[in-house]
Design a protein around this ligand. Structure first.
Ligand code: MV4
Length: 455
């Protein structure tokens, strides 16, 4: 057992507020850090104490591990919750936290480092029993002839990915061997520039897959459980827009099968904390692509369908407590959908920072709003444009869609532009309402909207 009383929340916005709430539920003292641009954030008054750690630029505040560790020492915390984004999957930061004698709310830095290396993650998860796509077992060789021979084995089309990447950055789709050498060269350049890691790998490319992910909770006593699956296929440029649970249109027993494999794999590799195993699903098969070692933006849809509080579970696991439930105790009820509300231009998707002149969130049965917005809040231009998550829970998918439409119609936000109208339009689309769209759906639909602006 590890005594944790004070938790530093190394993040901002809605997720900092979400984590502060969980700390209060658990009887822990949350402490806050913020940049100079963020002194007016809504969660800071809930904190036991707060500290301004640097200027607006994330590189000099939320991404500066040394500053955060100095704040942790000054504020005398026992643990650090990194939230998502920023330093949440940075193994060097996790290691520095451990070396400072503090607890990082997440897996050990060793596990984080292995899973953060996508080539290593693929090898570890394949060895632990997860189905992977045909691919290069290890890094692609430098020699173009050797690389071409290897890729011939995999088959075309294939996709080149950066081992240090993830989330869709630094990828190249290659349909023919003639394009291979050029694709490898440009992918390698990008990988070096963006991730300081030249290693690339290749995988068979799936053209019309769905993005399905499994939520895991794993304690320090070797017990792991999967607590549901999410469908995150509605995305544009690797930014998810809508997520839901359970997954529509895939038999429950197929989901349970892959969920069970994920829990077993996580126990096997010594994973601890909350984690998400990402899969592509096409033609009835799941294929592991990567594992996220952080709390995810879309975790609320799993909370709404299971009744669990994933952030409380994270804190409890970090304190060394065993999971409070067994796999057989997990029951999911109804259907949950999350719409990510971004402060962005509705047509060109450019960020739309500025003063929120009014904010009236929706409510009622089954409606949850995770947001740091308030009337008068100024959305700074320096960070991600996510300003609210609207989550609804209904008896079934059709009921959840009805509740989401009503909630979207009810929201009032003025002063900034948002994607609320896009969400409202999407929820009337036959493709979306039928369920089971693939990851290309939104891009195609937006092209259609662009050609047909008013309906
Ligand atoms: C793929 C893929 C198809 N085949 N891997 C995108 C995010 C990252 N987590 C993995 N991604 C993908 N990996 C194989 N083997 C399709 C995607 C993908 C995608 C790829 C190119 C352009 C847009 C995309 C949108 C969603 C998923």
């Amino acid at each position: 057992m590890r005594d944790i009383r004070r938790v530093l929340i190394a993040n901002r916005g809605e997720i900092a507020l979400r984590i502060a709430r969980a700390c209060h539920v658990m009887g822990l003292e949350p402490v806050g850090i913020h940049s100079e641009a963020d002194a007016t954030l809504a969660h800071l008054p809930l904190m036991d104490s707060t500290l301004c750690i640097g200027p607006a630029a994330a590189s000099r505040s939320y991404l500066d591990g040394a500053r955060i560790l100095r704040a942790a020492a000054l504020l005398k915390v026992d643990a650090i919750h990194p939230g998502y984004g920023f330093l949440s999957e940075n193994a060097d930061f996790a290691q520095a936290v451990e070396e400072a004698g503090l607890v990082l709310i997440g897996p050990s830095s060793t596990i984080m480092r292995r899973l953060g290396d996508k080539i290593q993650a693929r090898q570890d998860m394949a060895a632990a029993g997860l189905p992977c796509l045909a691919g290069s077992d290890g890094a692609l060789p430098d020699d173009p002839v050797a690389a071409a021979r290897l890729c011939e084995q995999i088959g075309y089309p294939l996709i080149i990915k950066a081992s240090g990447g993830g989330g869709g950055r630094g990828m190249r789709i290659v349909s023919h061997v003639d394009d291979l050498t050029g694709a490898i060269a440009s992918a390698r350049e990008e990988a070096i520039r963006a991730f300081h890691n030249p290693d690339l790998y290749a995988e068979r490319f799936l053209r019309a897959a769905r993005h399905i992910e499994i939520q895991i909770l794993s304690d320090q006593h070797g017990h792991a459980a999967w607590i549901g699956a999410r469908d995150c296929s509605v995305q544009r440029r690797h930014q998810k827009l809508i997520e839901e649970a359970p997954v529509p249109g895939i038999p429950r027993d197929r989901i349970a099968e892959i969920g069970t494999l994920c829990a077993q794999a996580c126990a096997k590799i010594g994973y601890t904390g909350a984690g998400t195993v990402e899969f592509l699903y096409e033609d009835g098969s799941f294929h592991f692509i990567e594992m996220n070692t952080r709390l995810q933006v879309e975790h609320p849809v799993t909370e709404m369908t299971t009744g669990l509080d994933i952030v409380c579970e994270q804190l409890s696991i970090a304190m060394g407590r065993p999971l409070s439930f067994r796999q057989d105790d997990i029951r999911t009820t109804g259907h949950a959908i999350e719409c990510r509300i971004n402060a962005e231009h509705p047509v060109n998707f450019h960020p739309s920072p500025g003063t929120v002149t009014s904010w009236h969130p929706p409510g009622g049965p089954g409606v949850r709003v995770d947001s740091h917005l308030y009337t008068g809040y100024v959305v700074p231009p320096d960070y991600d444009s996510l300003v609210a998550k609207l989550i609804v829970h209904g008896a079934d998918r059709a009921d959840a869609i009805k509740r989401m439409r009503a909630a979207l119609d009810e929201i009032r936000v003025a002063g900034i532009e948002t994607n609320i109208a896009l969400h409202r339009r999407l929820l009337d689309e036959p493709g979306f309402t039928a369920g089971g769209v693939d990851t290309g759906y939104l891009t195609t639909l937006l092209e259609h909207f662009h050609r047909n602006p008013v309906r």
